[in-house]
Write a new protein. Structure first.
Length: 128
């Protein structure tokens, strides 16, 4: 089987899995795993206790988005700045960041990047 045929087969299998999960109510049917869906992953959990059904939705940045943001912080400001964010969310290494802390780490990294961007905008060299 050629490489292209293998990729096509994998994509077909992934789409089938997403459809099955969506039918089971464990993921949003709109979630396709594409870059356009980044940061909008939705998970739905349903449980029954004494005939009652509870549904909880969780959305936020993915681990991949968090890694990308922390990597950008590391490239712009150095490893010490990225490490400070990782430590602030209670981990020793990026890989050890708990799933429930991904959003916090992502938010801190984006805030650092945006603050830097704002500083760059305010420090325009316009000759004044």
């Amino acid at each position: 089987m050629s490489f292209d045929a293998q990729i096509t087969e994998l994509n077909t299998n992934i789409k089938a899995l997403i459809a099955a999960l969506a039918a089971a109510g464990t993921v949003s049917a709109a979630s396709t795993g594409t870059a356009a869906d980044a940061g909008t992953a939705t998970t739905t959990k349903t449980s029954t206790a004494k005939g009652k059904t509870k549904t909880a939705e969780k959305s936020g940045p993915t681990r991949e988005e968090m890694v990308a943001a922390l990597t950008e912080v590391k490239e712009k400001f150095g490893a010490a700045e990225a490490k400070a964010i990782i430590t602030k969310v209670g981990a020793a290494k990026m890989a050890e960041i708990a799933d429930d802390k991904i959003g916090s780490a992502f938010t801190l990294a984006k805030a650092k990047l945006e603050a830097s961007s704002a500083d760059d905008d305010n420090n325009d060299d316009d000759g004044l």
